[in-house]
Every structure is written in C-alpha cells, then in structure tokens.
Design a protein around this ligand. Structure first.
Ligand code: MSP
Length: 510
C-alpha cells in the first residue's frame, strides 16, 4: 500500500472546554487534509485528547468528579465542536484508551531495557498548568521569594518536587538532533522558528524526568506501579500508538508528514519527540510546524479575564465557513494574530459578502436573466484568456502555498482572481450589452461561470459548505452523476441543468 499523507494536531487537554485556539490548529489541519484529498492523495488525519496528568487530576477533584468522568465529558465536547466546524478527521485518539496505554508501557519498558530510561531522583520545580519541569536556574526566586513559571504566558506559582523518578536520557541525543535539523531543512517549520530550537539544543540538553510518584492519574510505569508516566512522555506517543498494528508501526502511515502544533509546545515536538523516536530506532516525522497564538480583542485569553471565546459564539453570528475563513486568512500561519468581532465583521463584509458573495450573486442573476439560465458545458465552454494568469498556473501556486501551510497567501491568491472577476464584470457590463450584443453577453457570462467553478474548487478545503452552494448554483452536479474531486477542481461540470438561484451566500452584517 502506498504511503498516505499523515497529519496530526496536538492532543488537547481535557481540563476545560475548547476555545478558538484549539479550533485554529484543528481547522488548519482540516484544510490541509481536505486539500490533499481533493488532489487525489490518501490522507490520515489524527486528532484527539490528552487526558492524564496532574492538571486533569486537579480540576476533576475540584469539580468533585472522577478524572475519567471529567475527561469523558470534555473529550466529547471536542468531538462535538469538530463536527460542528466540519472537521473531518480520520481518527480521534484518547490517551486513556487501551490501544494507547499499551504502546506507552511497551515503549517505556523497551527504553528502560536499553538504558535510555534510568531511575534516579528528581529535585526541582513543576508547573501543573503547563505540565512542565523547571530547574532552579530557569525559575529563580523572585523578590517575594516565590518561584513562578518562567513561561511568560503562564507565570503561575511552581510546585516544588522532590521524589524518585525515572529519567529519559535526552542528553544523549544532542548530536543526532542537530544532524536531523541539518540534514532535513524542512523539518523545523516555519523556518523563522528554527533558530530558537537550534539555540536550545546547541546549548546542551539535560535528561528529563519522565515519571511522577505524586500524580496518580497516569499510566503506571511497568514493573514499578508507584510511579506514573509523565504526561508529555505519554501524550507524545499518541502519534505512533494511533498508527500501530499488531506488528508495529503501519508503513502506509509512518512517518507522519506533519505535526501541526502551537508555538508554546514546539520544543516538546521538535526536540523531545524526535529524541524519543531516535531512542526507539524509529524514523522522525517529516515536519513539525509551529503556528502562532491568538489574542482576543488585544488581550491574552485567560481564566482570570474570562475572555475565552467558544467558537460557536462566532459561528452563530457569522456562520461556520466565515469563521474557518477568518482564522486562516487573518495572519500567515506561523505569526501571532488578534481576534476581534470588528475585524471579523470587516473581513466578512468586504471579502465574503462583497467580493465573493456579490460576484456569485450577480453572475447567477445575469445568467438567469440574459441567458435564460443556460450554463456552459464542456462542448461550448469559452477560453478564460481574460484572466491575467492561467487558472492551471494558479492551481500550482495554490498547491505550493498550501503544501507549505501558507493558508493566508493561498487565500490571497484566490481573492486576487475574485478581484479580477469583479473588475471584468464591471468593465464588460453585460447588463448594458445584453440586448445589443447577445453573443458577447453569453461569452462574458460563460467565462464568469467557468472561472467561478474553478474558484469554488479552490475554496472548497477552506469553506466546504460555501463551495458546495456555489457548485450547485453553477450546475456542478456531483450527485447522482458524481464528478471526481479533481474534475470539480478543474472546473468541470456535468453539463446538466440550469443555473439555480439561491439566497446570498453571506448576508451583510451590521
Ligand atoms: N496536551 C498538550 C499537547 C500534547 S500533544 C502530544 C497541550 N494541550 S492544549 O490543550 O493546551 O492545547 C494546546 C494547543 O492548543 C496549542 O498547541 C495550539 O495548537 C492550541 N492553542 C491553545 N491556545 C491557543 C491560542 N491562544 N492561540 C492559538 N492556538 C492555541 O498543549
């Protein structure tokens, strides 16, 4: 079987309800997955929930629930949200599943047996919120004698930890990691974030603690049940536990083509994870891509500010596709950005209601009025030479952008074509020549319909519902005489039926 395109999101913690940040990563992964499927690739898209560890143990206790019941509830909320947002994953893994626990314990034992995990004792500090260990040099006492989490986004008080612990020999992998980065320049993405990882690894790596005695809610260390396995060591292994069969990793899936993660967990994925794989003698993933963070109306999202936005608040007002569009259009994937209702509303009105929505509406209206609803077919199609760039070339530009996770620039490219089409309508003014020059009117409108069929194919990974609506208006019948995804992308139509008038795609928002 040939290799599938295997992509992943992080596994989300089940301590609290999903918010726009989680939606961001998952929608991006969904767009990439849909794009690959549309181009004929077999895809495996994995997401899921990270359910063990001190943080979940603590919130469940505060809520008076068992950690498992708590995890069940929140994990279900994630799945509901993905279905609401039209996210089509192929597998959803929970770290409390047997298939995962089994792999984690086997890996732990194998690394212990080969000496990559050893027993020692740990003295240092731990941030429960970030599930991260810190040393006393990394987290020095402040003026008030407190030790706070050095992560500037967190700054919560640290827990002092002094306990027996198992360690993973990360220090052994410095040279190999540097070789991995050097030999695979596409591994650390975006390249602007590579230097921070290089600097960190070049400075020398310490072995890391990978078990806790004080945390009960975790996978037991095989043969030493007083210890549970460190939640990150557990969770990272999902990327292989989810794609393992009876005789090991499935060759049609591994190595992963890309792990998409937020910038705050880049180190775990770009340093610890490949080192774990090296210790196991397993090939590294092809790419790890760290995207930026959203603030809300200029502020960091936090419990104390109470400004977490649940995606359904936005989709209720603007619709699902507009939300997906905004997330990926607002800033290049990799940069930080700010979400505000006003910026959402502005883009919605300008780019969706006006540029795209009006264009479709005007075209459909004129085809109905001036051509009696007749649509171009393969036989009577017109050349699209009025476009500055050949659509097949645009197609390649888009493929290059999206393969590099350049979602925003891909959308900008599509919108430049939309802009040209709007200018073309205005310049040709079919409503003025409809009576005097019916042949020219037909040419212009056919050209617009054909170009819009291409546009619908291009926006499909981003806005699947909108693409389907445009396609049905423009006679791109996928059922019952289905066109393949590639034919639709190439602007084909079944040539049946007439134009279908429909309400505006994106009614303007005040
Ligand atoms: N459980 C770990 C990941 C383990 S992966 C083996 C974790 N979970 S999390 O629930 O905190 O989710 C983190 C991810 O959510 C980030 O990597 C990012 O994908 C997304 N985001 C959370 N807040 C975000 C923003 N404010 N902005 C953008 N994305 C953010 O870390």
């Amino acid at each position: 079987m040939s290799k599938k395109y295997y992509l992943t999101t992080p596994l989300y913690y089940v301590n609290a309800a999903p918010h726009i940040g989680h939606a961001y990563t998952t929608v991006a992964a969904d767009v990439l997955a849909r794009f690959m499927r549309q181009r004929g690739k077999a895809v495996h898209f994995l997401t899921g929930t990270d359910e063990h560890g001190a943080k979940i143990e603590k919130v469940a206790q505060e809520a008076g629930a068992s950690p498992q019941a708590y995890a069940d509830e929140i994990s279900a909320q994630f799945r509901e949200l993905w279905s609401h947002l039209d996210v089509h994953y192929d597998d959803f893994i929970r770290t409390t599943e047997e298939r995962h626990i089994d792999v984690v314990q086997r890996v732990f034992k194998a690394l212990f047996d080969k000496g990559d995990i050893y027993k020692g004792s740990y003295e240092g500090f731990y941030c429960v919120s970030d599930e991260t260990y810190w040393t006393k040099t990394e987290a020095p006492e402040d003026a008030k004698g407190r030790r706070l989490c050095p992560n500037p986004e967190c700054r919560r008080p640290l827990e002092t930890v002094q306990e027996d612990s198992y360690f993973f020999r990360l220090s052994r992998y410095q040279g190999k990691l540097l070789a991995l980065y050097r030999d695979n320049p596409g591994f650390l993405m975006p390249s602007s974030r590579a230097p921070e990882i290089l600097r960190f690894v070049e400075a020398g790596l310490q072995d890391i603690s990978v078990s806790r005695t004080k945390v009960k809610w975790g996978i037991p260390v095989p043969g030493d049940e007083g210890h549970t396995i460190y939640v990150w060591f557990d969770a990272l292994l999902n990327y292989v536990s989810a794609v393992s069969g009876d005789s090991g990793l499935l060759p049609e899936l591994w190595p992963a083509d890309v792990h998409i993660v937020g910038k705050e967990i880049y180190r775990f994925h770009a340093v610890i994870w490949p080192a774990m794989l090296m210790a196991l003698g397993v090939q590294a993933p092809r790419r790890v891509f760290a995207h930026g963070w959203w603030t809300i109306e200029g502020e960091k999202m936090s419990k104390s500010r109470g400004n977490f936005i649940h995606p359904s608040q936005i989709t209720k007002e603007f619709g699902i596709d507009a939300f997906r569009y905004f997330l990926l259009r607002e800033m290049p994937f990799g940069n930080d950005g700010d979400f505000s209702r006003e910026s959402m509303r502005k883009r919605y009105n300008a780019e969706l209601a006006n540029d795209l929505g009006n264009l479709v509406n005007r075209t459909v209206d004129m085809v109905d009025r001036f051509l009696g609803g007749e649509l171009p077919t393969k036989e009577n199609s017109v050349p699209l030479s009025f476009l500055k760039t050949d659509p097949n070339q645009i197609d390649e530009v888009l493929a290059n952008s999206i393969e590099a996770l350049g979602f925003s620039s891909a959308l900008a490219t599509i919108w430049s074509v939309i802009g040209e089409l709007n200018a073309y309508i205005n310049a040709e003014a079919p409503w003025k020549i409809a009576k005097t020059d019916p042949e020219r009117t037909r040419q212009v409108l056919f050209g617009l319909v054909q170009a819009l069929r291409r546009v619908a194919g291009w926006i499909e990974p981003f806005m699947p519902q909108t693409a389907a609506k445009i396609q049905s208006q423009l006679g791109v019948r996928r059922f019952p005489a289905p066109l393949s995804a590639e034919e639709v992308l190439a602007g084909a139509s079944t040539g049946t039926g007439k134009i279908q008038k429909a309400p505006p795609l994106f009614p303007r928002k005040p």
